[in-house]
Design a protein around this ligand. Structure first.
Ligand SMILES: NC(=O)c1ccc[n+]([C@@H]2O[C@H](COP(=O)([O-])OP(=O)(O)OC[C@H]3O[C@@H](n4cnc5c(N)ncnc54)[C@H](O)[C@@H]3O)[C@@H](O)[C@H]2O)c1
Length: 259
């Protein structure tokens, strides 16, 4: 997609910004003019993303250029609250674009899935998205600012997947959470949408056996896995005023998989 400057005055918080889709989203939003607060559990990875954006801070939360990196575990309520406090302290305003992209998989057949594997995936993917959405919305409402919240779900949240009862449930939950947030926050000028990627080439899908990847590829109408930039294109649109009348939507970026 051609580069535009639709996000010139935006401050964008991206979680999971240290890798894959979150890094591509950070780069795309910055390219469109946004100042990016890049957050990851892996603080060094978030720093690397900031360096790729062209503004570097060597200490967490310290913007040397205009972007800054933050370390946080979004599954922990105090950490999520602290993250929003740190971002606001750093930039003197709440983020007007918030992208929850932090996510994990811990695959096992339902018959063998441990309670721990269930709990951890729900804690990061669903509770983490709730905590960041809530803290960001509270900050926006109390400052009277408009915003766009974008939560990264998955096509698997719509159709399920063998070995991913925990992941599919978490991503289905993200869709429900986002639709509810859209209903509650519309009156405050805050839009909330979710994006449902199909299979995208990132470290997460590199773990998939080649045999499974080939099988999946054969089912994709467009004939190939997606790139992180394909997801970033859609996130940039949802972040911008080009989608000003869209809220509560779930946008599939799957090459037509599971139509
Ligand atoms: N890759 C795909 O095919 C695909 C498809 C659909 C949805 N998604 C979703 O997109 C998002 C990004 O996936 P990806 O493929 O880029 O994965 P990735 O593993 O490359 O990146 C995920 C990032 O999230 C961070 N993270 C993990 N736990 C965290 C926590 N508790 N707090 C903060 N950060 C944390 C990781 O450190 C990592 O940098 C995830 O939510 C994933 O479920 C990915």
């Amino acid at each position: 997609m051609a580069s535009q400057l639709r996000l010139r005055s935006a401050l964008a918080l991206v979680t999971g910004a240290g890798s894959g889709i979150g890094r591509a989203i950070s780069m795309r939003l910055a390219k469109e003019g946004a100042v990016v607060a890049a957050c990851d559990l892996d603080g060094a990875a978030a720093q690397n993303t900031v360096q790729l954006l062209g503004g570097s801070g060597s200490e967490a939360g310290a913007p040397r250029g205009k972007h800054a990196a933050f370390q946080a575990d979004v599954s922990q309520a105090p950490a999520a609250r602290r993250l929003l406090d740190q971002v606001q302290a750093c930039f003197s305003r709440p983020p007007s674009v918030v992208v929850s992209c932090a996510g994990i998989t811990r695959d096992k057949f339902l018959l063998h899935m441990s309670e721990e594997d269930w709990d951890r995936v729900i804690a990061v993917n669903l509770k983490g998205t709730f905590l960041v959405t809530q803290a960001a919305a509270q900050a926006l409402v109390s400052s009277g600012s408009r915003g766009s919240i974008i939560n990264i779900s998955s096509i698997i949240g719509k159709v399920g997947n063998i070995g991913q009862a925990n992941y599919a449930s978490s991503k289905a939950g993200v869709i429900g959470l986002t639709q509810t947030a859209a209903r509650e926050l519309g009156r405050h000028g805050i839009r909330c949408n979710s994006v449902l990627p199909g299979f995208i080439t990132t470290p997460m899908t590199q773990k998939m056996p080649e045999k499974v990847k080939d099988k999946v590829t054969a089912m994709i109408p467009l004939g190939h896995l997606g790139d992180p930039e394909d997801v970033a294109d859609v996130v940039a649109f949802l972040a911008s005023e080009d989608s000003g009348y869209i809220t509560g939507a779930s946008v599939e970026v799957s090459g037509g998989l599971f139509l």
